[in-house]
Design a binder for this molecule. Structure first.
Ligand code: PRP
Ligand code: ZN
Length: 300
């Protein structure tokens, strides 16, 4: 019988904007898993890692209380939880280990046509509907504005038309939801994306080793997503200007071409995406036979 406490538990949003990206990230880190019958736990088959699918709002507490070792959750949720824990005198917080490259969104005020907004002072005396009361209260406190915060657990965008609030503060990604409810996005109070959080409790040695390994792979996955391997031919005399055009490339490899003294081959890893414009600039600088390849895995 395997020791269950030696397995790492990662909390991931059950269904929502982060779910697919989170599971995809773990797969790219090499985790293969089978889904439990209740669909709420994914059991890792090739690593001692299990994934718990839960409500995103529960993730900070699960990690905080060491029910899970790691969690993948939006900064909007960790910020709200951090302020809430602080307000309740909880000291030993989860740790944010890594920002991830997905789940980008923002927390913004949205106003109906009846409300006028210049800056934070325009909010004086108004009622704001939100699912993020702590973040909004914190903002109002910093801006020295008196407004009342009406907590909604969902469907915040209908609060003004129901007469329950004058405006809302909610997550915006494409902007479609606010537009569909005739709300104008006027000010952003928090930029958010997915983040990896870790329990404040010290991990046993074997677990710590696996967490370390996983974090390193997460790093690697994020790097290769943007990275490209580029190969080209170039006149020796143009090497400096060509190198200057390649975003985030360190120490390219220069190789002689058979029978040519004036032209060499250059290979380089670029840590940023390479766009058509860059290729055109490279060609203008004298490069030819340019080939751009995706990078599959990377370990620094
Ligand atoms: C947010 C927000 C809006 C929607 C905005 O909810 O409450 O409903 O996304 O996105 P859009 O600008 O692309 O239309 P989310 O799906 O994150 O669910 P949750 O906050 O209830 O977990
Ligand atoms: Zn939620």
């Amino acid at each position: 019988m395997q020791d269950q406490s030696a397995r790492i538990k990662i909390a991931v949003q059950k269904s929502g904007r982060l779910t697919e990206h989170s599971m995809d990230l773990l797969s790219r880190c090499g985790l293969s898993y089978s889904r439990g019958r209740d669909q709420l736990i994914c059991y890792g088959e090739n690593m001692p890692i299990d994934v718990l699918l839960v409500r995103d709002d529960d993730i900070p507490r699960l990690v905080q209380e060491d029910v899970c070792d790691l969690g993948i959750v939006g900064i909007n949720v960790t910020e709200e939880a951090r302020l809430d824990f602080a307000a309740n005198g909880v000291a030993n917080l989860f740790e944010r280990v890594n920002e991830l490259d997905f789940g980008h969104c923002r927390l913004s005020f949205g106003i109906p046509a009846s409300v006028e907004f210049q800056d934070a002072r325009s909010l004086e005396g108004l009622r704001i509907a939100t699912s993020y009361p702590r973040i909004v209260e914190d903002y109002l406190r910093r801006k020295n504005v008196n407004a009342s915060v009406v907590e909604f657990s969902g469907a915040v965008e209908i609060a003004p038309s129901l007469g329950k609030a004058d405006l809302i503060c909610d997550l915006v990604s494409s902007g479609g939801t606010m537009r569909a409810h005739q709300l104008e996005e006027v000010e952003t109070i928090l930029e958010s994306r997915a983040a990896l959080i870790q329990t404040p409790v010290k991990l046993a040695e074997e677990k710590a080793t696996w967490v370390q390994r996983l974090l390193q792979r997460v790093e690697g996955v994020q790097q290769v997503r943007e990275s490209k391997y580029i190969m080209l031919h170039a006149p020796r005399s143009a090497l400096d200007s060509i190198r200057a055009l390649l975003p985030g490339s360190e120490a390219p490899t220069i190789m002689p071409l058979d029978g040519r003294d004036d032209i060499v081959a250059m290979h380089a890893v670029c840590r940023e995406n390479i766009f058509w414009e860059t290729l055109e600039d490279l060609k203008d600088a004298g490069a030819s036979s340019i080939l751009v390849l995706p990078v599959e895995k990377m370990l620094a």
